[in-house]
Ligand binder design. Structure first.
Ligand code: ZEM
Length: 288
């Protein structure tokens, strides 16, 4: 009938099921492509979602996940984004299979997928981001430096609109992944299970003794017990600052509280500056 023709030729409006298919494809590739780093692209996908979103400036409304401007130089060349091409390239086959999804939605959804598949908290997510062109690239310097203190951290995250509690919760993502000498210059994982989302980052931060690593690379800390783990100067700022430390202690003690507060803060991070047209968020189903 004519009705069917009109329906078939109308604009494709993806549903929750369509986004679940994208989620499932990312999850499938995470398992299939396990010959990378500690066995998962998950951590670098989380970092991509964070660096795509963490450029937000609440005063000007610029930056944030809406736009996916890290596709373009100069943003792709910013020092902070070194190594994230790995994550963007990982997602290209997904974009090819589901061309209707914007890069901005795909990159944030990939961060959500990675956290859930690596046994982290449920992260409610919604689509609606639009890709923008090179003119929307953000200036360098909006992401935090690893060699700075609590004042720098509060300044950077305050510009996005985060308070102390949210800042500490978010940096708990360092439970995942590692630093790479050929990317940031730093080297090593923060904990013993870099492909499982846990509160171990916080537990180790307070329970382990951290000493300067003796090496020719940038100043970083190593654990006195095994000398196999690392902390950035910015990570140590979370226990040197009294207000930050309160939250580190809470999260070290209680994984459930950390999971809940991380989820809330990560949802907020991924939505900074996005002109959504829907209030509804979905928790897409994890594979296990
Ligand atoms: Zn990170 N991060 N980050 N971070 N990050 C690295 C790696 C990862 C800081 C930082 O300088 C660095 C948040 C906050 C902050 C992840 C997630 C999140 C690395 C190592 C550095 C240097 C990069 C490399 O060499 O590959 C600083 C200074 C931060 C705040 C003060 C927040 C917030 C995050 C998410 C919510 C993740 C998952 C990684 C691991 C990436 C990987 O490839 O394994």
């Amino acid at each position: 009938s004519n009705g069917d023709v009109a329906k078939a030729s109308g604009p494709f409006v993806p549903t929750k099921d369509d986004y679940q298919k994208v989620y499932d494809e990312i999850a499938r590739l995470l398992v299939e492509k396990d010959d990378y780093d500690d066995g998962s692209y998950g951590p670098v996908l989380v970092r991509l979602a964070w660096h795509a979103s963490g450029t937000y400036d609440k005063e000007t409304g610029t930056g944030g996940s809406n736009g996916a401007t890290m596709r373009f130089a100069p943003e792709s060349e910013h020092g902070a984004n070194a190594g994230l091409k790995t994550a963007r390239d990982f997602l290209e086959p997904v974009k090819a299979k589901f061309p209707w999804i914007t890069y901005s939605d795909l990159w944030t959804l990939a961060g959500v997928t990675a956290i859930q598949e690596l046994q982290g908290p449920a992260i409610p997510w919604r689509p609606g981001r639009q890709d923008r062109d090179v003119s929307a690239c953000t200036p360098d310097g909006r992401l935090p430096d690893a060699d700075k203190d609590h004042k720098h951290i509060r300044g950077i995250f305050g510009r996005m609109g985060f308070d102390d509690r949210e800042i500490v919760a978010l940096i708990g993502a360092h439970s995942l992944g590692r630093a790479h000498a050929d990317r940031s210059g730093y080297d090593g994982p923060w904990d013993f299970s870099p492909t499982v989302f846990t509160n171990e980052f916080f537990r180790l931060l307070v329970e382990e003794k951290w000493a300067w690593k003796k090496w020719s690379g940038p100043d970083q800390y190593t654990d006195k017990t095994t000398k196999t783990l690392m902390m950035l100067p910015a990570d140590l700022a979370l226990i040197k600052d009294k207000e930050f430390k309160k939250h580190v202690d809470r999260y070290a003690k209680d994984s459930e509280v950390f999971f809940k507060e991380f989820s809330d803060a990560f949802v907020k991070l991924l939505e900074l500056g996005v002109p959504f047209t829907t209030d509804e968020r979905w928790v897409l189903k994890a594979t296990s």
